[in-house]
Design a protein around this ligand. Structure first.
Ligand code: GDP
Length: 463
């Protein structure tokens, strides 16, 4: 069965017809096997008993059987897509068969026997990219879409597949290419002192490009949050009620709750979806002077976790704490935080009023009595979503895109600086080329085999 092991080399010319299971392996009601490439129709036709598939119109579905000689393997439906009106822009057939492992393996082997080979991970999408159906950023969004597990990450992936910032990037690149060619032309004239590229126009164009680039670069923070979740750390003194709150939020007993101070020694990470956003909750040992070595590890970890956190929930026992304690604590935070006063059930009203005058943003809850937890959740979401204001509709979620956007922006800043110092065209040209290169890498106008292999290898087989 060696031919069922995927190939490892990418960028194979797409004359080869490829096949893969497009649905998850294992038993299911139906499974879909996808075949793509120039031989698709002739290969499937040899195995299919029903109509002559080579004579049928594109975008039609046909019932029939798949046979191995005279043996009926399964009753199937085949969906026909003729080039270029398919995902890969090649002739494609999707066979819907019954979802048994035996049937799936049998059909795959038959199709391979007739001349196809098993597809590499992401090869269908790679062909869609190579045939111009998707640009690289869109192809990567396909992988993100499949992997998306929250409403927000799904939405950003869909936006990107439908064009997203690719169009903007491509347009900007086009305009910059015009300038680059004018400047390169100046270089051809060597010693003669000619300027084809108007420096003021160039400056204006760069400003214009930067007004697009900078919001995209800034959106990465939110994009990353949407894709990877918000690392949220709950800190507070021992017995503030951190474990109780964590359990309340997660609605299950994951952390150990105890009356003995300092029992929450391990860092426990869990996920919580609120309002379509994934919060990665990190529970830590409380912030306090360590009394033994095990505790010391816990306190050290709390500090490390706080450095990694994008959001800090500072929980205090309102019935115990003094106003001055809060102040000392706030100095240590270097991420946005929420002040949460717990055990409000035990808090005298006058003390509450005293806190409220100094810190009007305190969210009062009772973790054990389940008071105001919904409000806390809403506030968590609002805290993250306010970042969205500056990013508009387009959100960059991909680290590779982010890096190229940043490098483009750096190169353009160099051009601006060069212009202000009236440097010669050859230096300008160099920075502009650099900017063009990075813009091109985002959409795939400039690629290397390694880059493509890296991107598409992250896909599942059959996509
Ligand atoms: P941690 O050390 O910060 O993780 O605190 P725990 O979650 O272990 O809670 C310490 C103690 O406070 C436990 O006995 C909890 O039952 C109690 N506790 C937690 N939340 C509340 C609350 O809202 N009201 C009251 N009265 N007790 C609470």
């Amino acid at each position: 069965d060696n031919n069922l092991i995927p190939h490892t080399s990418y960028l194979i010319p797409s004359e080869e017809t490829i096949v893969a299971l497009a649905t998850p392996s294992g038993v299911g009601a139906i499974a879909v096997i996808r075949v793509s490439g120039s031989e698709t129709f002739s290969i499937v036709n040899k195995l299919f008993r029903g109509k002559n598939l080579e004579k049928q119109a594109s975008h039609t579905i046909h019932f029939g059987t798949i046979r191995d000689g005279e043996m009926i393997v399964d009753e199937v439906l085949v969906s026909l897509f003729k080039a270029p009106a398919s995902y890969t822009r090649e002739d494609t057939i999707e066979i819907s068969c019954h979802g048994s492992d035996f049937i799936i393996q049998k059909i795959l082997k038959l199709i391979i026997r007739e001349g196809a080979r098993l597809a590499n991970a992401g090869e269908f999408t790679q062909r869609a990219f190579l045939n111009g159906q998707l640009d690289l950023a869109q192809a990567e969004a396909v992988a993100d879409l499949i992997a998306s597990d929250s409403e927000a990450s799904h939405q950003t992936a869909i936006n990107q597949i439908r064009g997203g910032f690719s169009k903007q990037i491509a347009q900007l690149r086009e305009q910059l290419i015009n300038f680059a060619s004018l400047i390169e032309l100046e270089l051809d004239f060597g010693e003669e002192d000619v300027e084809f590229a108007d420096r003021d126009d160039l400056r204006q164009l760069i400003f214009k490009i930067q007004t697009v680039l900078i919001p995209l670069i800034e959106s990465f923070e939110l994009g990353n949050v949407i894709k990877n979740g918000v690392p949220t750390v709950i800190v507070g003194k021992p017995n503030a009620g951190k474990s109780t709150l964590l359990n309340r939020l997660l609605n299950e007993e994951k952390a150990i709750v105890s009356d003995i101070a300092g029992t929450t020694r391990d860092v426990i990470e869990d996920e919580l979806f609120i309002g379509g956003i994934r919060f990665r909750l990190i529970d830590t040992a409380g912030l306090r002077k360590a009394t033994d070595t095990i505790e010391a590890i816990g306190v050290e970890r709390t500090k490390q976790q706080m450095e990694k956190a994008s959001l800090i929930v500072y929980l205090f026992d309102a019935s115990e704490i003094q106003l001055s304690d809060i102040e000392i604590q706030l100095d240590e935070f270097n991420a946005p935080y929420l002040l949460v006063g717990n055990k409000v059930d035990k808090l005298p009203l006058d003390k509450k009023a005293e806190f409220d005058t100094v810190y009007p943003d305190i969210i009062w809850i009772s973790a054990s009595e389940n008071k105001n937890i919904e409000f806390l959740k809403d506030t968590l979401v609002r805290k993250v979503k306010t970042k969205e204001v500056k990013s508009g509709d387009t959100v960059v979620t991909n680290l590779r895109h982010y890096q190229h956007l940043t490098q483009t922006n750096d190169a353009l800043s160099n051009v601006l600086e060069g212009l202000s110092q009236s440097i010669t065209g050859d230096f300008l040209a160099q920075d502009i080329r650099f900017a063009l290169h990075h813009l091109g890498e985002i959409t795939g106008q400039i690629t290397t085999d390694d880059l493509l292999a890296n991107i598409f290898s992250k896909f599942c087989i059959g996509k």
